[in-house]
Design a protein around this ligand. Sequence first.
Ligand code: CP
Length: 319
Amino acid sequence: MKQFISVTDAGNIDALTQAALAYKANPLKDKTLGSGKRMGCLFLNPSMRTRLSTQIAAQNLGMEAIVFNVSQEGWAFEFEDEAIMSGTTVEHVKDAAPILGKYFDILGIRTFPSLKNKEDDYSELFINQFIKYAGVPVVSLESSTLHPLQSLTDIITINECLPEKLNRKPKIVLTWAPHVKPLPQCVANSFSQWINHWGKADFVITHPEDYELDEKFTKGATITQNQEEALEGADFIYVKNWSTYTDYGRIYCNDPEWMLTSDKLENTNNAKVMHCLPVRRNVELSDEILDGPNSVVTQQASNRVWAAQAILSRILQSK
Ligand code: CP
């Protein structure tokens, strides 16, 4: 594995899931694999889970992981080729990335979208510029359009929580939820891409009018604006807000009726409820669900370590 920015870099998802679960059972089984190697984790945006789980995963493999909070401590990067840098940006990625490639054996990058320029965001300009100029494997710690470490984690968690003796594909529902701010489409895009690629679920996406995601990620899913109908018989419900894709980066509907509450679980197959976190309580998801037996959000977030460890070990093995 030379990079990890999308499901297309993942290879066999079931094999990765098994590798991650083997690390969960025995975290230090490859504790010398990354000896003498260093990973740089660059955060252009905030993070708790991704930052800490990636550091722990790297350390479990014997690597040193160094975090650089670029947005707080670094120079402002310029990403556009041929830019005249007379504005607020100080250092071109073309100059910074090769240096980072000398300091580190693997680079992890978190770069959120602008939510202003759809073309730039959906071309993955920021992370692609790092890939182009760093000269070492790049791992997405969430990019403008995708969050692959989260999605691998989600499939690991679904595998762990599959109802016993299910003699059909699990029904997995991705439901839009209200939020106070316009959020990226990354987690929803990525979850859709991975579940479709995995191909082992009956996958339904439900959202209000105008919240259609990019078809290149959702193709293959059943899409409906009727949340009640979507949730019927669900085994898993993934709750997530995203801003509009077509009229890019906006909030149209913010109807609180879309929040997932306990009464909405009644017609499900005792569905497990998932969210990537952080979550706005009683806006996206009710306290009752988050604090109740159907929520698997803590298990899900704890699995971030094993997903990251499976990916880093694949990269180390192919270096
Ligand atoms: N789910 C997730 O990526 O969490 P953080 O933003 O805290 O890393």
